[in-house]
Structure formats: structure tokens, C-alpha cells
Design a protein. Structure first.
Length: 233
């Protein structure tokens, strides 16, 4: 088996991890990037929740390094490499895109999510903590981020009745996607746990300002938390 994909996976992961440094970082979309400025939108988790990117970057890099050195010709690892490359390589440009356009950043985000889910379903059960787990938390956060982008675009482009409704639509979409993935996958509780982390961030952001969105987040935490516990058994 040709180990070239292991090399490409490591390189793509490295550029993805370095992208915040190479692009100057990303602190969120500017309100003025939308026709209807989005100041503190209810769909967005509290700022602390984004600290999970440190874990995602570090774990993916460790995984890619281990895969290159120890599993370069492993069949199970090989199945994850093409979708990971297709997610992480364009993902390295995501911050640069997001600094210029929220619409195309959202489209790219959904592509990254689709490829990450492909990699997650292909991940081997062997080396769970070095193969499956980092992909799972990456895909879990992208699931949340993809639906947050939908809520931001809907409200930011003035479609429909406003921010709260779009936050509820995004939450419903994230819950449906998360429940489907966690149920069909039947493993990788790290995926559901990451989605719960994002939902807690939404709850914290809305606890004192938007009770409806906060209640929806609580319902989502209960649902995804239950499915995650089942997957962990």
C-alpha cells in the first residue's frame, strides 16, 4: 500500500492547524458582513465554547503524526485519509474566506462537514483515541458550526421573522443532524459530546436574554446527551 496519502494527510493537517497563525486568526464574523448586522446573535454559542479549537487542532495533528509514523500502510486508517484531506486542505483557507465573505465561508464549512462525516464513518475501531476520537470532535464541532452559519445567514440577510426563529431553525437542524449521525454511527460518543458542548455554549449565551432559545438548547442537550451515553456503552 502506497503511504503517500498518509503524507498528504499530515501536510493538510499541518496547514489546517497553522491557518490561524498564517491568516491572523478569526474572532467571528463582523456584524457589517451581513445586510442586517448581527450583533450578539442568539444562534451563536458563548465565546468560551470556541476554545475547543485548541483541542481539535492538537488532537488532529497528533493523529496525523501517529498515522504517518505508525499506520502509514494500515487499511483502516487509509479509509479516512481521502475525506480528511478533502476537508482539511480547503479548511486551511477557511479563515481567509470568512474574513471576506460569510456566504462562501458557510458553503465551505458545509463541504468540510460532509467530508469530516465521511471520514468519521470510515474511521477504524482500532486506535480509537488516535483515529476515531479526533475526527469525531472535529465533525461534531463542524455540525454545530454549519448550522450556526445557516442561522446567521438567514437572519443576516433578513429572511423570515428574525434572529430568534433562525436560531431555533439552526438548533433543530443541528439536533436532527447530530441525532441521525450518532444513531447511525452507533459509536464515537466524542461526536455527540462535542455537540453538547456547543449547545451548552448556546444556553449560556441566551440564559438571561432569550429564554426560548435557551429552553431549546436544554432540550437539545438532553436529547444528544442521551444518544451519546448510549453510544459510549
Amino acid at each position: 500500500m502506497d503511504p503517500i496519502k498518509a503524507v498528504f494527510t499530515f501536510v493538510a493537517t499541518l496547514f489546517f492547524v497553522l491557518s490561524p497563525l498564517l491568516s491572523g486568526g478569526f474572532g467571528g464574523f463582523e456584524p457589517a458582513q451581513f445586510p442586517v448586522p448581527q450583533d450578539n446573535p442568539p444562534v451563536q454559542p458563548a465565546g468560551y465554547a470556541f476554545a475547543i479549537w485548541g483541542l481539535i487542532y492538537g488532537w488532529l495533528l497528533v493523529s496525523a503524526g501517529f498515522g504517518l509514523v505508525k499506520r502509514a500502510q494500515d487499511t483502516g486508517w487509509e479509509r479516512t485519509r481521502l475525506p480528511l484531506i478533502l476537508s482539511l486542505a480547503p479548511g486551511a483557507a477557511w479563515i481567509g474566506v470568512a474574513l471576506n465573505t460569510a456566504l462562501w465561508a458557510s458553503i465551505l464549512l458545509w463541504w468540510m462537514l460532509a467530508m469530516a462525516l465521511w471520514a468519521l464513518f470510515a474511521a477504524p475501531r482500532r486506535d480509537r483515541w488516535l483515529a476515531q476520537a479526533p475526527i469525531a470532535i472535529y465533525a461534531g464541532w463542524l455540525t454545530a458550526a454549519g448550522w450556526v452559519s445557516v442561522g446567521l445567514l438567514g437572519a443576516g440577510y433578513g429572511i423570515g421573522p428574525g434572529e430568534t426563529v433562525w436560531a431555533l431553525i439552526a438548533l433543530a437542524g443541528a439536533l436532527a443532524t447530530g441525532a441521525l449521525v450518532q444513531t447511525r454511527l452507533g459509536r464515537a460518543p466524542e461526536y455527540g459530546a462535542t455537540l453538547v458542548w456547543a449547545l451548552v455554549g448556546v444556553l449560556v449565551a441566551n440564559a438571561t436574554t432569550n429564554p426560548l432559545v435557551a429552553f431549546a438548547a436544554i432540550a437539545g442537550i438532553v436529547l444528544i446527551g442521551t444518544l451519546t451515553r448510549k453510544a459510549a456503552r
